[in-house]
Design a protein around this ligand. Structure first.
Ligand code: ADP
Ligand code: MG
Length: 629
């Protein structure tokens, strides 16, 4: 057995490197590590408590945040300042979430529909990154308290379907929480690792990972070859999970007692209690045939009579059957997209608290025609796998070959001197990433492409690698050109940056050696700086983003006003001018919340104009058109 040193001064375990695995879930989050003695992954928990931390942030009247079980108590009573499911907002614009806006009981700001969403609590504005960072900070603190050692490095998991922006947002949240995020790992990959899959080099397997959590369902088909995981397909429903089971139970009971759901809306206390009882009933039914409870709270206003709440597994199964069927349809589709049949699946891995429901397990097993893997705790399996991945990155797992990776992030300078990361650090090479950009000025004929390396939010704090101008872009209105920038790192570590305007085809490229003249010590220093400055950096970024957004709104409004004077009354013109002035003034100050507020106010005034102009545009377009009948 390996010897473990103990730091006498702090009483902490002295480890080469403590890298934790974190499952940042929609409903629950948790931390896991590889136990220094047993070498087995374990979820961290305080004695006698759960390892799960509800992914909920509550803000009190002074703006102080609390996280987890404490915050959960305010879900029904203070819905405006109790933020749940922040993960759903990560890397999203309002356009992305507007169809599900009703889902959120707190205020999701919709000022500039293409910019990233923010959440307003009182007069404070929070980005989903900040909200997630509160959860990660709590996890970090808990881990430090339990391990009695500082925790600064982590592997964090994300759903396999997360795009670039969502992954970057998750990295930023980690950074803001004071964590050096060594790698972002797909949740189904982590779950497979926890079952020891993919740890043998000669292994070739096709795996189905079925993940039914609190509010989301996804199924992923993975292929492992030579220790490398490839996602063949994903499918699912981002609004289906165990919470829906709870809701069905509540509806069932209400119907039984002749009560309506409206009655619940007016009685927050009852709603909260009932939700907790329904979840408890569901959990009990995972191991027993009937749930019974005599609850005095569940009485109608005019009678003090108590009601027995009762539910059998039989009735519960009937209630959830349609939802379970839906998940199986997703499995069918995932297989179809991967061009496979159930016979091609070697292993089925069950993930998420809701897979404890026997009816769910049976349905999945029946569909794939073989028993499922469910021996590892489904709430913890993703975090446990993240810990396995962390251990590999720490170099503790010597059988595992570490592939070539990029030591620092590579990106471009965007508006306001911000760093836009295209290839995050620790990415495997060779790799290729592309992203589209557009112009900000009408008729802009060239675009400067500045390539930077480093972890800071402002490019001025990073290392400039190269710069060139993409010229001869044909004159177009701002926002119309589509400039695609590609970063390609080949196996020798050479970076080729190509920029191409897609409408005209003009293109240009440049070659750089990112590692040229960079010592390990410098890399380390740059990493350290990014963590120590994380908070300031993210604040500056938020300010710059707020300003860019505010400036854009001003330009658009001005353009609109000069073109559409006839559509607007004098009073409206005056109100708009005032709001524009107020925003202009706010832009000169260092207060992002003020800028957001003033941007919102201007938006409120101009929103109806846009609709009017739209009607006008449509009717004038119709006038000149020959309509085929
Ligand atoms: P997420 O991945 O969305 O963060 P989890 O995997 O933690 O979610 O799953 C949370 C869901 O699992 C909740 O709806 C919870 O009620 C449900 N759950 C937890 N334990 C059980 C159980 N024993 N039986 C049925 N459902 C359960
Ligand atoms: Mg999960």
């Amino acid at each position: 057995m390996a010897k473990i040193g103990i730091n006498i001064a702090t009483g902490s375990l002295q480890q080469a490197e403590m890298i934790v695995g974190i499952d940042l879930g929609t409903t629950n989050s948790l931390v896991a590590i590889i136990h220094p003695e047993t070498k087995m992954p374990i979820a961290l928990k305080e004695h006698g408590t759960s390892s799960l931390v509800p992914s909920i942030v509550h803000f009190d009247e002074y703006g102080n945040a609390s996280v987890g079980e404490v915050a959960k108590q305010y879900l029904e009573s203070e819905p405006q300042n109790t933020i749940f499911s922040a993960k759903r907002l990560m890397g999203k614009s309002y356009n992305d979430v507007k169809n599900n806006a009703n889902f959120f009981t707190y205020k999701v700001i919709d000022d500039n529909t293409d910019s990233l969403v923010k959440v307003q609590v009182g007069n404070q504005f929070y980005s989903p990154i900040e909200l997630s960072s509160f959860i990660l900070k709590e996890l970090k603190q808990r881990a430090e308290h339990i391990l009695k050692t500082p925790v600064t490095k982590a592997v964090i998991t994300v759903p396999a379907y997360f795009n670039d922006a969502q992954r970057q947002a998750t990295r930023d949240a980690g950074k803001l929480a004071g964590l050096d995020v060594l790698r972002i790992v797909n949740e189904p990959t982590a779950a497979s690792l926890a079952y020891g899959l993919g740890l043998r080099m000669d292994e070739e397997k096709t795996i189905a990972v079925y993940d039914l959590g609190g509010g989301t369902f996804d199924v992923s088909i993975l292929r492992i070859t030579n220790g490398i995981f490839e996602v063949l397909s994903t499918n699912g429903d981002t609004y289906l999970g165990g919470d829906d089971f709870d809701r069905l139970i509540i509806q069932h009971w209400l119907k039984e007692k002749g009560m309506t759901e409206e009655g619940l809306h007016s009685n927050k206390q009852l709603a909260q209690t009932l939700r907790l009882i329904a979840e408890e009933a569901k959990k009990q039914l995972s191991t027993q045939e009937v749930f019974e409870m005599n609850n005095p709270l569940f009485a109608t206003d005019n009678s003090q009579q108590t009601y027995d709440l009762r539910l059998t597994t039989y009735d519960f199964n009937a209630l959830i059957q349609p939802l379970v069927d839906k998940t199986i349809t997703s499995c069918v589709n995932a297989l179809k997209d991967a061009a496979l049949t159930t016979a091609d699946i070697d292993t089925i891995v069950m993930v998420g608290g809701s897979t404890r429901v026997p009816a769910v397990k049976n349905a999945v097993s029946a569909f794939f025609g073989k028993p499922v893997n469910d021996t590892v705790n489904p709430d913890e399996v993703v975090a446990l796998g993240a810990a396995v991945q962390a251990d590999i990155l720490a170099g503790n797992n010597k059988d595992f070959l570490l592939l070539d990776i990029t030591p620092l992030s590579l990106g471009l300078e965007t508006m306001g001197g911000l760093m836009d990361v295209l290839i995050p650090r620790n990415s495997k090479i060779p790799t290729k990433v592309g992203r589209q950009y557009t112009t900000y000025v009408d008729g802009q004929g060239s675009m400067r492409i500045s390539v930077f390396q480093g972890e800071r939010d402002l490019v001025k704090d990073n290392r400039k690698l190269a710069e060139f101008n993409l010229t001869n872009i044909p004159g177009m209105p701002a926002g119309l050109p589509k400039v695609e920038v590609n970063f390609l790192i080949n196996a020798d570590g050479i970076l080729v940056v190509t920029a191409k305007e897609l409408r005209s085809g003009v293109q240009q490229s440049i070659e750089v050696k990112p590692q040229y003249g960079l010592t390990d010590k410098q890399v380390e220093q740059m990493l350290m700086d990014s963590i120590t400055h994380a908070k300031d950096d993210i604040q500056i970024r938020a300010l710059v983003e707020a300003r860019t957004e505010g400036e854009q709104i001003l330009v658009v409004t001005e353009k609109f006003l000069t073109k559409n004077t006839t559509l607007i009354t004098k009073e409206e013109m005056l109100a708009t001018a005032q709001a524009m002035q107020a925003l202009q003034l706010a832009l000169t100050m260092e207060d992002k919340n003020l800028i957001h507020t003033k941007t919102e106010e201007l938006n409120e005034i101009t929103r109806p104009f846009a609709e009017r102009a739209m009607d006008e545009a449509i009717s004038s377009a119709m006038k000149g058109q020959n309509i085929l009948g």
